[in-house]
Design a protein around this ligand. Structure first.
Ligand SMILES: [Zn+2]
Length: 207
């Protein structure tokens, strides 16, 4: 699968690799976010950490509405609501390592960019599948800069392939060949519900 920059033009990108001391700082904040004394300390550390991830990996968050926050009501790793373009992370997002968290932020910011530039999309639409393909592709394309392990990269790759296979061939061809991912053909049979559950639930989730 060719990760042509054309169809990932609007996807979020990690434009910088953090230095070792920055990674150490982020690890300390991750520890405090996951295992801090109380909820306040955890939430404060999570806020600082997300801010640090955005700056240290130099992620363009211009389309995100408000700060990305830890929301105790979010049971999954993350919820990004296209309509209000806010990113809410759950506690479980802070139980992985920093590269995985950074990949999650990239994935969710990609969904915000899509919502801002091409509109909201819900399952079982082809548009939703295309959005997931783009979002998982960021974890493959930027795996090196993010510092993902081979296993983490491969997990993103597997989800990317699942999404590409769930696209109607006309839509897949259009996206990969022309880079245009808005206004896809929707007059096609939807992929099985299980595919949508996996795309929405395995790594980051969308509501
Ligand atoms: Zn997603």
């Amino acid at each position: 699968m060719e990760l042509d920059p054309g169809w990932l033009r609007d996807a979020a990108r990690a434009r910088r690799q953090p230095l070792q001391f920055e990674i150490d700082e982020m690890n300390a904040l991750l520890e405090a976010a996951a295992f801090g004394r109380d909820e306040d300390e955890q939430a404060a550390a999570a806020r600082q950490l997300i801010d640090r991830v955005v700056r240290c990996y130099d992620i363009d968050v211009r389309h995100v509405n408000g700060p990305m926050t830890l929301d105790p009501d979010v049971a999954r790793k993350a919820e990004t609501v296209g309509g209000d373009r806010r990113v809410r992370l759950g506690y479980s997002a802070f139980l992985d390592d920093v590269p995985e968290l950074a990949a999650l932020v990239l994935h969710e910011v990609t969904h915000v960019n899509q919502a801002a530039l091409c509109g909201d999309a819900r399952p079982p639409s082809q548009q939703f599948v295309a959005y997931e393909a783009m979002a998982y592709a960021t974890g493959v394309r930027d795996a090196g800069v993010l510092g993902l392990s081979d296993e983490q990269r491969e997990r993103n790759g597997a989800m990317l392939r699942l999404a590409l296979e769930a696209l109607h061939p006309d839509n897949r061809r259009r996206i990969v060949e022309t880079g245009r991912y808005c206004g896809l053909r929707e007059d096609v049979p939807p992929p099985p519900a299980e595919v949508f559950e996996r795309l929405a639930g395995a790594l980051p989730a969308r509501r």
